[in-house]
Structures are given as structure tokens and as C-alpha cells.
Write a protein that binds this ligand. Structure first.
Ligand code: ATP
Ligand code: FE2
Length: 325
């Protein structure tokens, strides 16, 4: 069985193709980027419309298959930006109806988690899901992926991107901030905001902007201090979730998990408590269609041929989904 998965929750339009044995046949994508400014919903939808056919052709070519070989089509139904999600939904329906196969809508956050489990062989991990719009500490308990802690406002990636945009670095800002932070020498104190098991970034963002405006601090030091502070917050709550659930594995997911300093801090914490640390390759941390194709395989029992019953779900939460696979 081969699944074609479509990702379109935000900046990336991706198509992945995977088999029911977990073999990845194709990972094609095209991501929206800007030199200045951020993500504007209608601009994203226009981008996805423009690239969708080419991305599909790339994916089929990489996998060396035709649409007739596809057994099920999966798409990201949420959470995400509605105009962007709709492009994926319509394209999924178009492809599926052409070859008369069922469609399954999947949760984008759970797709980040399941691909990590497939590729790293982590068995029962606590997942630190650190992406653009989401920041959650997740673990499986009693038929659901439960959220043990999360951001109370924006996702960590959006927070980093907002600061990057403020200082004129464009989108995505994460990799640029990481590079600047490497030359930071001095830790500048910032608010450290952990409330129980949750974190919050908006106050830190305001504080950083004020410090930047004051022109009293080297930009490299601000980027360094930003990373040290917010990553320490994530490591703290992840460690507490591991202690509480008695799980011995930490798995990273989401685009911010590409950051080497975050990985280093997580790995130190895991070493200190005799736990294992896992992270898949960067291309599977960022949004992509393979994540969606693999979750489509796991959830293929939910696939339907009545296409009109299928819709997007922009506000779907990780713990809304019954884990029946
Ligand atoms: P979500 O999964 O919540 O829908 P998303 O789709 O926007 O969010 P991803 O593609 O998983 O997120 O990740 C994109 C984010 O990762 C951006 O905010 C980007 O700045 C950030 N990012 C990418 N590389 C790095 C890095 N090296 N350091 C920090 N952040 C990074
Ligand atoms: Fe994502």
C-alpha cells in the first residue's frame, strides 16, 4: 500500500509518498519565503496554488510511481492557516477522485511525532514539539497523545521569527538567529517564563525589542541570550514531563528542533537522567509531506470515499485525536 500525503498547514506545500512498511519514496516541497515581512494567509494560498502541480510531478518522479499506484491520499486537516489548508484539501480531493481512492485527514502535530518515532525507533518518548505555531510537551497516555505543557501564547518559532523580523532578518528567522548567537559572548538577563508546565514568550519578545531599541546591546549577545533563555525553559518542562510520566526517552519534533544548541541542551539533560535522546534528520523536522503520508498509513482505517464529508479543521488540537493504531 502506498500513501500520498499533502502538507499545506502554513508556509510549506509538500507532497510525500510512503509505503505501509515505512519506506519513504518521495519528499517534494516548495516553501514560501520572504526577505522582509511574515506569513500573510492569502499570499500563502497563492503560493501553494502556484506550486502544487510541480510539487506533485516532482514527488511522482522521485518515487518512480504514477497516480494509479497510490492506494490512499492523506492531507493535513489542521491545525493551520485556513486558506492554506484549503489548497491541500482541494488538491487531495482532486487527486483521490482521479484514481478513485479514499482520503484521510490527519493532524499535523501528531504527524511530526509519528515520523520521529518511525525514523529514530524511539518507542515511548516524551515529545518536545517546537515548531513555528506550536510548542507542546506531549506523551502518549491512555489512547491519546496528551499535552503535558504548552505555550500560553505564540509558538516558539513564531516568537523567534517575530524578533528576527523586528531586527530586519526576514522569514524564516530561526537559522539566522542561530548563526548570530554563535558569536554571542555575554549572557544578557531576560525574563524566564515557566508557569507550572506551561511557557510563554510574548513578554520576552517585548523585553528583547526594548533592549534592541536601546542600542546598548550587541545583537549577537541578544540572540545568544534569547536561545539560552527560551531553550532552558523548554528543557525544564520536558524534564519534568519525563519525571512525571517515568518515560526514559525524549524525541524532538518541529522546525525549531533543527537548532543545534537546543539539541545539545536536550542531550545534556537526557544524559544526566540516564535517558535516551532522539531527533530525526532536519528535513523531517520541518514541515513536509512525508510526515503526512506516514500518518495517513497509520490512520488508513479512517479513510473514506465520500469526499464531501471531509473538511479542514484549523483549530484541531493534538489531544482531540483518538490514537487507534
Ligand atoms: P507548526 O508545525 O506549528 O504548524 P510550522 O509549520 O510553521 O509550525 P515548522 O516547519 O515545523 O513549523 O518549523 C518552522 C519554524 O522553525 C520557523 O519558525 C523557523 O524559524 C524555525 N527554525 C528553523 N530552523 C531553525 C533553527 N536552526 N533554529 C531555530 N528555529 C528554526
Ligand atoms: Fe509543522
Amino acid at each position: 500500500m502506498i500513501c500520498l500525503g499533502i502538507e499545506s498547514t502554513a508556509h510549506t506545500f509538500g507532497i510525500g509518498i510512503a509505503t505501509n512498511k515505512g519506506k519513504i519514496l518521495a519528499n517534494a516541497l516548495d516553501s514560501f519565503k520572504t526577505k522582509c515581512g511574515g506569513l500573510i494567509p492569502n499570499e500563502l494560498a497563492k503560493h501553494h496554488e502556484k506550486v502544487k502541480n510541480e510539487v506533485l510531478q516532482n514527488a511522482l518522479q522521485q518515487a518512480n510511481v504514477t497516480l494509479k499506484d497510490i492506494g490512499v491520499v492523506a492531507f493535513s486537516q489542521g491545525p493551520g492557516i485556513a486558506p492554506s489548508l484549503l489548497v491541500g484539501l482541494k488538491f487531495a480531493k482532486k487527486i483521490a477522485s482521479k484514481v478513485k481512492v479514499p482520503i484521510v485527514g490527519v493532524n499535523h502535530c501528531i504527524a511530526h511525532l509519528e515520523i520521529g518515532k518511525l525514523l529514530t525507533k524511539a518507542k515511548e518518548p516524551v515529545l518536545l514539539y517546537a515548531s513555528g505555531a506550536n510548542t507542546q510537551i506531549i506523551a502518549y497516555e491512555n489512547k491519546k497523545y496528551r499535552i503535558f505543557g504548552e505555550t500560553l501564547d505564540q509558538g516558539i518559532g513564531n516568537f523567534i521569527d517575530s524578533f528576527a523580523r523586528y531586527i530586519g532578518l526576514g522569514f524564516p528567522g530561526g537559522p539566522k538567529i542561530e548563526k548570530l548567537a554563535l558569536n554571542g559572548k555575554k549572557y544578557i538577563e531576560l525574563p524566564y517564563v515557566v508557569k507550572g508546565m506551561d511557557v510563554s514568550f510574548s513578554g520576552i519578545l517585548t523585553n528583547l525589542k526594548n533592549k534592541y531599541d536601546s542600542k546598548k546591546y550587541a545583537i549577537e549577545d541578544l540572540c545568544f541570550s534569547l536561545q539560552e533563555t527560551v531553550f532552558a525553559m523548554l528543557v525544564e518542562v520536558s524534564e519534568r514531563a519525563m519525571a512525571h510520566t517515568e518515560k526514559k526517552e525524549l524525541l524532538l519534533g518541529g522546525g525549531v528542533a533543527c537548532n543545534k544548541r537546543l539539541r545539545e541542551m536536550c542531550s545534556i539533560m537526557c544524559n544526566e537522567r540516564n535517558a535516551k535522546f532522539f531527533a530525526p534528520e532536519n528535513k523531517y523536522l520541518m514541515d513536509n509531506g512525508v510526515n503526512i503520508a506516514w500518518l495517513g498509513i497509520l490512520m488508513k482505517k479512517n479513510a473514506v470515499k465520500n469526499y464531501s464529508s471531509i473538511d479542514i479543521n484549523p483549530y484541531e488540537r493534538t489531544d482531540d485525536v483518538d490514537v487507534a493504531w
